[in-house]
Design a protein around this ligand. Structure first.
Ligand SMILES: N[C@@H](CCC(=O)N[C@@H](CS)C(=O)NCC(=O)O)C(=O)O
Length: 239
């Protein structure tokens, strides 16, 4: 038997990262949870759960959610699991699949934004791949960013409700976080694109104003973007 109070999130402390997409779902749902790796001794607990034999299959990388006997990895799978339990995605199968389709597209965009500053390898420092990062930034900002933003803008505009799926869902929370990250990492490029994405910006503002999200954003539980994370502000990589 699992209850919402059984939620344990395991994610690297000190950066919002992919863990933030899970936190936003938990916070919007008003669920109780432990952010285990931010507690004393938490990083050891995170490393331990990566090796834990408890789940059906072991996780490869954080975020990891422990929910009673369940141990789940992959941000999109965790968010889907929580969203189904807390009414943040519809019951209809076609809608759930569409939500997952959008969520995985958000994760693709997030990964490409990360790869701008780490185009060769995540195991190297940014300083060891700066020329490649500059090339990757140009390609990302000129081709990939407008493609992703244009896609999400079309999807949200078609519903005309400031929600990607017509009603509020976990995917809106993920898009909110990625828009915030892009605005942090690429302030000039993001500002230059803003006139093209009025519906997405309206969605972002709507999410920001949801009472539990607004309270969370003002709380110490919310961590700022930094140059340790996925969205990094390196002015030389901004348009
Ligand atoms: N597709 C996975 C990616 C997970 C991932 O890359 N996690 C990062 C932190 S955001 C990590 O710690 N990776 C370590 C590794 O890949 O070795 C997800 O969406 O959860």
């Amino acid at each position: 038997m699992t209850t919402s109070g059984d939620y344990e999130l395991y994610y690297w402390p000190g950066l919002p990262g992919r863990g933030e997409l899970v936190r936003l779902v938990l916070e919007d749902a008003g669920a109780e949870y432990r952010d285990v790796a931010r507690e004393p001794g938490g990083v050891a607990a995170l490393r331990a759960i990566l090796d834990a034999p408890g789940g059906v299959v072991p996780p490869l990388a954080p975020p990891v959610l422990k929910h009673g006997a369940l141990i789940i990895a992959q941000t999109a799978v965790i968010c889907d699991h929580l969203a189904r339990r807390h009414g943040l995605v519809g019951d209809d199968e076609a809608e759930r699949l569409a939500a997952m389709q959008l969520m995985l597209t958000v994760m693709d965009l997030l990964t490409e934004a990360h790869d701008v500053h780490h185009p060769i390898s995540s195991s190297l420092y940014y300083e060891d791949q700066k020329p490649e990062a500059k090339l990757r930034a140009a390609a990302f900002l000129e081709a990939r960013l407008p493609k992703f933003l244009g896609y999400f803008e079309r999807v949200v505009a078609a519903k005309n409700t400031r929600c990607l799926l017509g009603a509020h869902s976990y995917v809106d929370l993920a898009v909110f976080q990625v828009l915030e990250g892009l605005a942090y990492a690429f302030p000039r490029a993001f500002a230059a694109r803003s006139a093209e994405i009025p519906q997405l910006l309206a969605l972002r503002d709507r999410v920001r104003e949801r009472p539990r999200i607004a309270a969370y954003l003002a709380s110490p539980r919310r961590q700022p973007f930094t140059e340790q994370g996925i969205f990094r502000r390196y002015p030389e990589l901004d348009a």
